[in-house]
Design a protein around this ligand. Structure first.
Ligand code: AMP
Length: 284
Protein backbone atom coordinates (compact mmCIF):
# COMPACT_ATOMS: atom_id res chain seq x y z
CA UNK A 1 0.00 0.00 0.00
CA UNK A 2 1.29 3.45 -0.90
CA UNK A 3 0.46 6.25 1.54
CA UNK A 4 0.18 9.74 0.09
CA UNK A 5 -0.43 12.82 2.18
CA UNK A 6 -0.64 15.83 -0.11
CA UNK A 7 -2.83 16.79 -3.08
CA UNK A 8 0.33 17.21 -5.14
CA UNK A 9 1.45 13.62 -4.39
CA UNK A 10 -1.86 12.03 -5.30
CA UNK A 11 -2.17 14.13 -8.47
CA UNK A 12 1.27 13.03 -9.65
CA UNK A 13 0.45 9.40 -8.80
CA UNK A 14 -2.78 9.68 -10.77
CA UNK A 15 -1.12 11.32 -13.79
CA UNK A 16 1.35 8.46 -14.08
CA UNK A 17 -1.40 5.81 -14.25
CA UNK A 18 -2.21 4.31 -17.64
CA UNK A 19 -5.57 5.49 -19.05
CA UNK A 20 -7.11 2.02 -18.92
CA UNK A 21 -8.20 0.16 -15.77
CA UNK A 22 -10.85 1.21 -13.30
CA UNK A 23 -10.18 3.01 -10.03
CA UNK A 24 -12.50 2.47 -7.08
CA UNK A 25 -12.55 5.18 -4.44
CA UNK A 26 -13.85 5.07 -0.85
CA UNK A 27 -13.77 8.41 1.00
CA UNK A 28 -13.85 8.04 4.81
CA UNK A 29 -13.17 9.99 7.98
CA UNK A 30 -11.40 6.99 9.51
CA UNK A 31 -12.03 5.11 12.78
CA UNK A 32 -12.72 2.26 10.41
CA UNK A 33 -15.30 -0.44 11.13
CA UNK A 34 -17.12 -3.20 9.24
CA UNK A 35 -19.33 -0.63 7.46
CA UNK A 36 -16.28 1.02 5.87
CA UNK A 37 -14.73 -2.38 5.18
CA UNK A 38 -17.78 -3.55 3.24
CA UNK A 39 -17.35 -0.57 0.87
CA UNK A 40 -13.61 -1.16 0.55
CA UNK A 41 -13.98 -4.89 -0.15
CA UNK A 42 -16.57 -4.17 -2.82
CA UNK A 43 -14.34 -1.53 -4.42
CA UNK A 44 -11.49 -4.04 -4.46
CA UNK A 45 -13.65 -6.68 -6.11
CA UNK A 46 -14.91 -4.35 -8.82
CA UNK A 47 -11.79 -2.35 -9.73
CA UNK A 48 -8.20 -2.73 -10.86
CA UNK A 49 -7.06 -0.31 -8.13
CA UNK A 50 -8.61 0.85 -4.87
CA UNK A 51 -7.98 4.21 -3.24
CA UNK A 52 -9.20 5.01 0.29
CA UNK A 53 -9.02 8.47 1.84
CA UNK A 54 -8.84 9.19 5.56
CA UNK A 55 -9.64 12.79 6.33
CA UNK A 56 -11.68 14.32 9.14
CA UNK A 57 -13.05 17.26 7.20
CA UNK A 58 -13.27 20.34 9.44
CA UNK A 59 -15.57 22.32 7.13
CA UNK A 60 -18.44 19.87 7.58
CA UNK A 61 -18.50 20.30 11.38
CA UNK A 62 -20.40 23.13 13.06
CA UNK A 63 -18.67 25.16 15.81
CA UNK A 64 -20.54 23.22 18.51
CA UNK A 65 -20.03 19.79 16.94
CA UNK A 66 -17.61 16.97 17.71
CA UNK A 67 -14.68 17.73 15.34
CA UNK A 68 -12.11 17.71 18.15
CA UNK A 69 -13.64 14.62 19.79
CA UNK A 70 -14.00 12.63 16.56
CA UNK A 71 -12.00 9.37 16.96
CA UNK A 72 -8.70 9.24 15.03
CA UNK A 73 -7.03 5.82 15.53
CA UNK A 74 -4.71 6.47 12.60
CA UNK A 75 -2.24 3.63 13.21
CA UNK A 76 -4.95 1.01 13.60
CA UNK A 77 -6.74 2.29 10.47
CA UNK A 78 -3.56 2.18 8.40
CA UNK A 79 -2.80 -1.40 9.49
CA UNK A 80 -6.36 -2.48 8.66
CA UNK A 81 -6.22 -0.91 5.19
CA UNK A 82 -2.90 -2.58 4.50
CA UNK A 83 -4.30 -5.94 5.62
CA UNK A 84 -7.39 -5.47 3.41
CA UNK A 85 -5.17 -4.96 0.38
CA UNK A 86 -5.90 -1.31 -0.44
CA UNK A 87 -3.56 0.04 -3.12
CA UNK A 88 -3.40 3.70 -2.15
CA UNK A 89 -4.17 5.45 1.12
CA UNK A 90 -4.66 9.20 0.83
CA UNK A 91 -4.34 10.72 4.31
CA UNK A 92 -3.82 14.47 4.13
CA UNK A 93 -3.91 16.80 7.10
CA UNK A 94 -6.09 19.91 7.27
CA UNK A 95 -3.31 22.22 6.12
CA UNK A 96 -2.67 20.07 3.05
CA UNK A 97 -6.34 20.09 2.04
CA UNK A 98 -7.07 23.70 2.98
CA UNK A 99 -3.79 25.64 2.79
CA UNK A 100 -5.62 28.95 2.37
CA UNK A 101 -9.10 30.23 3.09
CA UNK A 102 -11.57 28.27 1.00
CA UNK A 103 -13.45 30.74 -1.19
CA UNK A 104 -15.25 28.08 -3.20
CA UNK A 105 -18.05 25.95 -1.90
CA UNK A 106 -20.27 23.36 -3.57
CA UNK A 107 -23.92 23.93 -2.74
CA UNK A 108 -26.44 21.32 -3.77
CA UNK A 109 -29.75 23.07 -3.36
CA UNK A 110 -32.91 21.58 -1.91
CA UNK A 111 -31.42 18.23 -0.85
CA UNK A 112 -29.17 19.86 1.74
CA UNK A 113 -31.63 21.82 3.88
CA UNK A 114 -33.76 18.96 5.12
CA UNK A 115 -33.16 16.03 7.55
CA UNK A 116 -29.58 16.45 8.89
CA UNK A 117 -29.31 19.72 6.92
CA UNK A 118 -32.37 21.35 8.53
CA UNK A 119 -31.56 24.49 10.52
CA UNK A 120 -32.82 22.72 13.66
CA UNK A 121 -30.40 19.82 13.02
CA UNK A 122 -26.81 20.21 11.67
CA UNK A 123 -27.83 22.97 9.21
CA UNK A 124 -27.16 23.19 5.43
CA UNK A 125 -23.49 24.23 5.91
CA UNK A 126 -22.79 20.62 6.93
CA UNK A 127 -23.60 19.25 3.49
CA UNK A 128 -21.88 22.04 1.58
CA UNK A 129 -18.79 21.04 3.59
CA UNK A 130 -19.34 17.41 2.57
CA UNK A 131 -20.00 18.20 -1.12
CA UNK A 132 -16.97 20.52 -1.27
CA UNK A 133 -14.53 18.00 0.19
CA UNK A 134 -15.91 15.14 -1.94
CA UNK A 135 -15.59 17.32 -5.08
CA UNK A 136 -11.97 18.07 -4.12
CA UNK A 137 -11.26 14.37 -3.49
CA UNK A 138 -12.93 13.38 -6.78
CA UNK A 139 -10.75 15.92 -8.62
CA UNK A 140 -7.62 14.56 -6.96
CA UNK A 141 -8.33 10.83 -7.32
CA UNK A 142 -10.37 10.97 -10.55
CA UNK A 143 -11.96 7.58 -9.79
CA UNK A 144 -14.16 5.62 -12.17
CA UNK A 145 -16.38 4.42 -9.33
CA UNK A 146 -16.94 5.83 -5.85
CA UNK A 147 -18.55 3.88 -3.01
CA UNK A 148 -20.90 5.38 -0.41
CA UNK A 149 -22.91 3.79 2.41
CA UNK A 150 -26.68 4.04 2.61
CA UNK A 151 -26.38 4.66 6.36
CA UNK A 152 -25.77 8.23 5.26
CA UNK A 153 -28.59 8.17 2.70
CA UNK A 154 -28.90 11.96 2.38
CA UNK A 155 -25.16 12.21 1.74
CA UNK A 156 -25.34 9.65 -1.10
CA UNK A 157 -28.26 11.50 -2.71
CA UNK A 158 -26.34 14.79 -2.53
CA UNK A 159 -23.20 13.25 -4.04
CA UNK A 160 -25.24 11.61 -6.81
CA UNK A 161 -26.85 14.96 -7.61
CA UNK A 162 -23.54 16.83 -7.58
CA UNK A 163 -21.96 14.19 -9.81
CA UNK A 164 -24.82 14.49 -12.28
CA UNK A 165 -25.20 18.28 -12.21
CA UNK A 166 -21.47 18.94 -12.60
CA UNK A 167 -20.94 16.14 -15.18
CA UNK A 168 -18.25 14.51 -13.08
CA UNK A 169 -18.83 11.21 -14.87
CA UNK A 170 -18.16 8.99 -11.85
CA UNK A 171 -20.31 5.93 -11.17
CA UNK A 172 -21.66 6.31 -7.64
CA UNK A 173 -22.26 2.96 -5.97
CA UNK A 174 -24.74 2.73 -3.09
CA UNK A 175 -23.77 0.14 -0.48
CA UNK A 176 -26.12 -1.36 2.15
CA UNK A 177 -25.90 -0.39 5.82
CA UNK A 178 -23.83 -2.79 7.91
CA UNK A 179 -25.24 -3.39 11.39
CA UNK A 180 -24.19 -5.04 14.62
CA UNK A 181 -26.11 -8.23 15.46
CA UNK A 182 -28.54 -6.22 17.64
CA UNK A 183 -29.42 -3.93 14.72
CA UNK A 184 -27.35 -0.86 15.60
CA UNK A 185 -25.82 0.60 12.42
CA UNK A 186 -22.02 0.51 12.60
CA UNK A 187 -20.64 4.02 13.08
CA UNK A 188 -17.35 5.53 14.16
CA UNK A 189 -19.33 7.47 16.77
CA UNK A 190 -20.54 4.24 18.45
CA UNK A 191 -17.21 4.10 20.28
CA UNK A 192 -18.20 7.33 22.04
CA UNK A 193 -21.28 5.72 23.64
CA UNK A 194 -21.18 4.69 27.31
CA UNK A 195 -21.96 0.99 27.98
CA UNK A 196 -25.49 1.96 29.07
CA UNK A 197 -26.06 4.11 25.98
CA UNK A 198 -24.71 1.33 23.74
CA UNK A 199 -27.22 -1.08 25.26
CA UNK A 200 -30.25 1.04 24.33
CA UNK A 201 -28.95 2.46 21.03
CA UNK A 202 -30.47 -0.40 18.90
CA UNK A 203 -33.90 1.01 19.78
CA UNK A 204 -33.28 3.59 17.04
CA UNK A 205 -33.36 0.84 14.42
CA UNK A 206 -36.23 -0.90 16.22
CA UNK A 207 -38.29 2.31 15.92
CA UNK A 208 -37.59 2.48 12.17
CA UNK A 209 -38.58 -1.16 11.76
CA UNK A 210 -41.80 -0.43 13.59
CA UNK A 211 -42.37 2.36 11.07
CA UNK A 212 -41.85 -0.07 8.19
CA UNK A 213 -44.44 -2.42 9.68
CA UNK A 214 -46.94 0.42 10.03
CA UNK A 215 -46.35 1.60 6.47
CA UNK A 216 -47.02 -1.88 5.18
CA UNK A 217 -50.08 -2.50 7.33
CA UNK A 218 -53.51 -2.11 5.69
CA UNK A 219 -54.65 0.17 8.53
CA UNK A 220 -54.80 3.80 7.39
CA UNK A 221 -53.38 6.43 9.73
CA UNK A 222 -52.46 10.09 9.58
CA UNK A 223 -48.86 11.24 9.31
CA UNK A 224 -49.25 12.70 12.77
CA UNK A 225 -50.27 9.36 14.26
CA UNK A 226 -47.52 7.57 12.33
CA UNK A 227 -44.84 9.91 13.70
CA UNK A 228 -46.33 9.65 17.17
CA UNK A 229 -45.99 5.85 17.10
CA UNK A 230 -42.31 6.01 16.16
CA UNK A 231 -41.64 8.79 18.58
CA UNK A 232 -43.12 6.76 21.43
CA UNK A 233 -40.69 3.89 20.71
CA UNK A 234 -37.76 6.33 20.67
CA UNK A 235 -38.89 7.96 23.89
CA UNK A 236 -38.49 4.63 25.73
CA UNK A 237 -34.72 5.26 25.46
CA UNK A 238 -33.49 6.85 28.70
CA UNK A 239 -32.20 10.44 28.30
CA UNK A 240 -32.81 10.45 24.55
CA UNK A 241 -33.18 13.69 22.60
CA UNK A 242 -34.93 13.34 19.27
CA UNK A 243 -33.33 15.46 16.56
CA UNK A 244 -35.80 14.44 13.82
CA UNK A 245 -38.04 11.67 12.54
CA UNK A 246 -39.03 12.16 8.89
CA UNK A 247 -40.71 10.25 6.12
CA UNK A 248 -39.47 11.59 2.78
CA UNK A 249 -39.46 10.87 -0.93
CA UNK A 250 -36.30 8.80 -1.61
CA UNK A 251 -35.27 10.94 -4.61
CA UNK A 252 -36.26 14.52 -3.76
CA UNK A 253 -36.10 14.10 0.05
CA UNK A 254 -39.28 16.19 0.21
CA UNK A 255 -41.52 15.33 3.15
CA UNK A 256 -44.33 12.89 2.42
CA UNK A 257 -47.77 14.31 3.08
CA UNK A 258 -49.15 10.99 4.28
CA UNK A 259 -47.67 7.68 5.41
CA UNK A 260 -46.90 5.77 2.22
CA UNK A 261 -44.34 3.59 0.53
CA UNK A 262 -41.97 3.79 -1.24
CA UNK A 263 -40.39 6.26 1.14
CA UNK A 264 -37.28 6.84 3.20
CA UNK A 265 -37.86 6.77 6.93
CA UNK A 266 -34.97 8.57 8.61
CA UNK A 267 -34.25 9.56 12.19
CA UNK A 268 -31.52 11.21 14.24
CA UNK A 269 -31.22 11.11 18.01
CA UNK A 270 -28.82 12.23 20.67
CA UNK A 271 -27.76 9.85 23.42
CA UNK A 272 -25.87 11.95 25.93
CA UNK A 273 -23.35 13.83 23.83
CA UNK A 274 -23.38 11.39 20.90
CA UNK A 275 -25.53 11.89 17.82
CA UNK A 276 -26.75 8.81 15.97
CA UNK A 277 -28.54 8.61 12.62
CA UNK A 278 -30.23 5.76 10.81
CA UNK A 279 -32.74 5.21 8.03
CA UNK A 280 -34.60 2.54 6.14
CA UNK A 281 -35.95 2.54 2.62
CA UNK A 282 -39.48 1.22 2.75
CA UNK A 283 -40.62 -0.35 -0.45
CA UNK A 284 -44.25 -1.22 -1.11
P1 AMP B 1 -17.50 8.20 7.42
O1 AMP B 1 -16.13 7.75 7.74
O2 AMP B 1 -18.46 8.11 8.56
O3 AMP B 1 -17.52 9.53 6.70
O4 AMP B 1 -18.05 7.14 6.36
C1 AMP B 1 -17.38 6.84 5.18
C2 AMP B 1 -18.27 6.03 4.29
O5 AMP B 1 -18.62 4.81 4.96
C3 AMP B 1 -19.59 6.74 3.95
O6 AMP B 1 -19.93 6.47 2.60
C4 AMP B 1 -20.56 6.10 4.90
O7 AMP B 1 -21.89 6.13 4.45
C5 AMP B 1 -20.04 4.68 4.94
N1 AMP B 1 -20.52 3.99 6.14
C6 AMP B 1 -20.42 4.42 7.44
N2 AMP B 1 -21.05 3.56 8.26
C7 AMP B 1 -21.56 2.57 7.49
C8 AMP B 1 -22.33 1.39 7.74
N3 AMP B 1 -22.69 1.04 8.98
N4 AMP B 1 -22.68 0.63 6.69
C9 AMP B 1 -22.31 0.96 5.43
N5 AMP B 1 -21.60 2.05 5.12
C10 AMP B 1 -21.22 2.85 6.13
Amino acid sequence: MITLTTPHQIQSWRKRLPARGSIGFVPTMGALHDGHLSLIKRAKKENALTVVSLFVNPIQFGPKEDFARYPRPRRKDTALLKKTGVDVLFAPNTKAMYPNDVLTSVIVKDLTDTLCGAPSSRGPAHFSGVATVVAKLFNLVRPTQAYFGLKDYQQVRIIEQMNEDLNMGITIIRCPTVRDSDGLARSSRNTLLSPQERKVAPLLYAALQRGRKLLRSPRKMSLREFRHQIKSTLLTIPNVKIDYIELVDPKTLHKCESPRAPALLAAAIRLGTTRLIDNILVTR
